[in-house]
Design a protein around this ligand. Structure first.
Ligand code: PLP
Length: 466
């Protein structure tokens, strides 16, 4: 029982709180937190000593305290390196904002702003008015409104124009998007009866025409964001659907999902339908996301006919789904960048990353491979540059990939590879790659700060062992 004797030499919490090395920590984190963590440290030491461990000196105790405080202070929302190859990764927060948008958000956070106040008249103003004009200019729509996200946009639009009546949807477009967004469920919550037409692979104009009845409020067209039906297929294009809807006196709502404001082929990517095209085809309302290809903060837009937007704005759900001043400020700054398409590709991070050429990324991989290898090879890992494929993510061009390059890290065993991936996730600035064909692939398309990356990597390497 010699361990018990040692424990009497252990300083008390009160003594430690007064120690030179602890005082600045109390200043920084507050007495409550430091006291709590000291109790835990001392209790761990007591258990260790009872099992025959050595008694640490004050320096050792402070080191444990520092470790606990650092761990406690760090958030799961800390910045990370998205080297998964999915540029707009929903689970990683989708679009990164342009510097202009970040600056605008910071200003809006720090100061009061005339969010719902008209500085010309001195009267109450409208929250949406800040964005309306720009959205109309960029999409060619008559009017526009903004809500929390595109799921909210679809929900409120359906409710405002179709509650108590029916909407016709093609069976090929009854989508489910990650996170329980299922079109049939949304329609139910919106109070709209779902009328399915056509088949999974083929829906024709006559299917829609036959289904229209006095209860029909609208035809809903949905962008099949995360899958593509191939082979023997048929769908009715937006322009024809608009004609069918309008001849029957019902509305056409087009949920574009990602909804780009520019022709992506201009930036070397495959073409996605633009919002302007959907409006020009005759859709009465078009919904799309703010944080997918558009490259702004999370938001949902509804653009279209003035009377319908007015109905949406006066729907009680609008108040529950509204957007705060920080996001409106960031969104406004993002949309303004679209007025200058020549520089958009350089200023909007989403487009900048998506349009990086494979040769440039390959050169980056070749430059980084020896440095990464220097860190990981001694632990038994093998690192080499490798061609790979990125994808846009978030339901844009679901089956198209973009040629990219990265680092392929292989290990002597599957367990060693999993261990490395876990270690990368636990870093102060985590590195996320993807496990593929028995290797950990780091797609470098989204890597801008190489110095920070190598820094993070060498911090991790102190622990790595294959
Ligand atoms: C992504 C998407 C949604 C949901 O948009 P959020 O902005 O994630 O709420 C709805 N419809 C389609 C077609 C989508 O692609």
């Amino acid at each position: 029982m010699s361990g018990y004797a040692d424990l009497r030499a252990l300083p008390s919490v009160d003594q430690l709180l007064k120690a030179q090395a602890v005082l600045p920590l109390v200043e920084q984190h507050g007495r409550t937190i430091v006291t709590e963590e000291l109790r835990s440290v001392l209790s761990e030491i007591r258990s260790a000593v009872r099992e025959g461990g050595a008694l640490p000196d004050t320096n050792g105790i402070v080191a444990s305290l520092l470790g606990r405080l650092a761990y406690r202070g760090r958030s799961n929302l800390r910045p990370l390196f998205n080297l998964t190859g999915t540029v707009l990764h929903t689970n990683l927060g989708r679009a990164l904002l342009a510097e202009e948008a970040i600056a605008a958000a910071v200003d809006a956070m720090r100061e009061a702003a005339a969010l719902e106040f008209d500085l010309d008249t001195g009267k109450r103003g409208e929250r949406d008015s800040h964005l309306r004009e720009l959205l109309c200019e960029l999409t060619g729509a008559e009017d526009a409104t903004i809500v929390n996200n595109n799921a909210a946009a679809v929900l409120i639009a359906l409710n405002a124009v179709g509650a108590g009546r029916q909407a016709i949807v093609s069976r090929g477009e009854l989508i489910e998007i990650g996170g329980a967004f299922r079109m049939p469920d949304i329609m139910e919550r919106a109070g709209v009866g779902l009328v399915e037409v056509g088949t999974t692979n083929r829906t024709h104009a006559k299917d829609y025409i036959k289904a229209i009845n006095p209860e029909t409020a609208l035809i809903l067209k949905v962008h099949t964001s995360n899958y593509r039906i191939e082979g023997f297929t048929a769908e009715v294009e937006g322009a024809e659907l608009a004609t069918i809807a309008h001849e029957a006196g019902v509305l056409l709502l087009n949920d574009l999902g990602s909804g780009t404001l520019v022709d992506l082929s201009r930036y070397g990517l495959a073409k996605e339908p633009t919002v302007r095209e959907a409006v020009a085809e005759g859709a009465d309302l078009v919904t799309f996301s703010g944080d997918k290809l558009l490259g702004g903060p999370q938001a949902g837009f509804i653009v279209g006919r003035k009377d319908l937007i007015a109905a949406i704005n006066s729907n009680p759900m609008k108040r529950a789904l509204r957007v705060d001043k920080i996001r409106i400020a960031a969104m406004l700054a993002t949309l303004k960048l679209y007025r200058d398409p020549d520089r958009l590709g350089a200023r909007l991070p989403t487009l900048r990353m998506l349009s990086r050429g494979q040769a440039e990324i390959r050169a980056q991989a070749e430059r980084l491979a020896p440095e990464v290898s220097a860190v990981l090879a001694p632990k038994g890992y093998h690192v080499e540059p490798q061609a790979c494929s990125s994808q846009i993510g978030s339901g844009a061009l679901p089956v198209d990939t973009i040629p990219s390059a990265g680092l392929r890290i292989s290990a002597p065993s599957g367990t060693a590879l999993e261990a490395l991936a876990a270690l990368f996730r636990s870093l102060p600035r985590p590195i996320l790659g993807r496990l593929q064909d028995g290797a950990l692939v780091l797609d470098l398309r989204c890597l801008t700060d190489e110095v920070a990356f190598l820094d993070s990597l060498s911090q991790g390497a102190t622990h790595a062992a294959a």
